[in-house]
Design a protein around this ligand. Structure first.
Ligand code: SAH
Length: 208
């Protein structure tokens, strides 16, 4: 998987490649799909949600440019696969998920890999805003669900020099966008590839 789908398609960050070699993706998919865990596709993880395609996971992670010292926020824990890569590549990870059974299952996977630098939060209370204000600012923020626009609440929680990676577009298709905040607090946007994520639900996203 890593050679054919990640390296061959241009991912070059050595730390990202090493982390993807280390984390067993089959742990994060349902047993019925375990045989397909290393193919280049998104797979169901229950609750009508999906684990993202490995290439997109690698690309988003590379865009975060993690060196090991960062405090990272993730919106959409899902299976916990992306979370486990972040936990391997950064100092501390805060990850929020709105579907309780997914968060509980992700916790088990993270524990089994002895990744103890992750705090999970379940925000299943309807209208609560996304983000994690008490722990802001973050050096890197990743949203793994499609949003209609870039949420200001997240760029506000980005540290100077920080990066936010988020799929932005319609419910059917999005563009992966990286937002950089410079030391003066100015924001710069860089679109990369078209992608297709499950919708971000709530105030900054779509109706359920
Ligand atoms: N990164 C995940 C992908 C999960 S799919 C993985 O590697 O498996 C996106 C997830 O975002 C879903 O689990 C969905 O429930 C969650 N989600 C959608 N809207 C959310 C919100 N407002 N807050 C937190 N999680 C949300």
């Amino acid at each position: 998987m890593v050679q054919d789908q990640i390296v061959a398609r241009g991912i070059s960050d050595k730390r990202v490649i090493e982390a993807m070699l280390k984390i067993p993706r089959h742990l994060f998919v349902q047993e019925a799909f375990a045989a397909q865990a290393y193919s280049d596709k998104a797979l169901p993880i229950g609750e009508k949600q999906t684990i993202s395609q490995p290439y997109i996971v690698a690309l988003m992670t590379e865009k975060l440019a993690l060196t090991g010292s960062e405090k990272v926020l993730e919106i959409g824990t899902g299976s916990g696969y992306q979370t486990s890569l972040l936990a391997t590549l950064a100092d501390r990870v805060y990850s929020a998920e709105r579907i309780r059974p997914l968060a509980l299952s992700a916790r088990k996977c993270l524990d089994s890999l002895k990744l103890f630098n992750v705090q999970l939060r379940i925000n299943d209370s309807g209208g609560s805003p996304i983000g994690w204000e008490e722990e802001a600012p973050f050096d890197a923020i990743i949203v793994t669900a499609g949003a209609p626009e870039i949420p200001a609440i997240l760029t506000d929680q980005l540290a100077p020099g920080g990066r936010l990676v988020i799929p932005v577009g319609t419910e059917a298709e999005q563009m992966l966008v990286t937002i950089y905040k410079n030391e003066e607090g100015e924001l710069f946007q860089e679109p990369s590839v078209p992608c297709r994520f499950v919708p971000l639900i709530g105030k900054q996203g779509w109706h359920e």
